[in-house]
Write a protein of this length. Sequence first.
Length: 202
Amino acid sequence: MSNCPNLERLNLSQSGTGDHDDTAALDLSDLDLSHCTSLREFHLRANSIGDLNISALTALEVISLSMPYYPDNSVIPNQITSLDLSNNTNLRNVYINTVKSLTTINFTNCPALEYLDAWNNGLTALDVSTATTGGDGNTLEIVQAPFCNLSFVDISGQLNIGQSTYTILFDHNPLLETIQCTGSNLMEKSYSSSYYALYLNN
């Protein structure tokens, strides 16, 4: 996608068939966004992309990646194994659902991050403590990553997490052993006052 420096919103969440047949979108195996430097919203659904490089999207505020289910409830396969968001300093909302191949996300230097919805992925660890690099740690409010393969979570330094009901969801992560929350508001609350915010049921 060359010569699109003014493009602000890109929605590839549906195939071109008009009947929501997501299998048709699997033909998409490569996507060059390096010239879309003004892009603020990026939505991508079923695809066969193996390497998604969005480092040039410094204006990006919203990213949505998802893989739908077949009618028999099996998941359309995906090749993306990692996602580096360290150059997306304006990123506010992240929605990544049912991308089973995805095991790691780099949130370093995402000081504007407010909302993270990462349901039903292959994530083995989740560290949003480094998202405050260059910021004050007062933006991230909601972190949801149930139905993953998490064994470790670090939300240290995130001051606004846990302010309202169900802002933190890590249920159905049977391998989860450690949640590091040093310097977050969870450290300042008793379990009795914050159990709505921290839902860990396996």
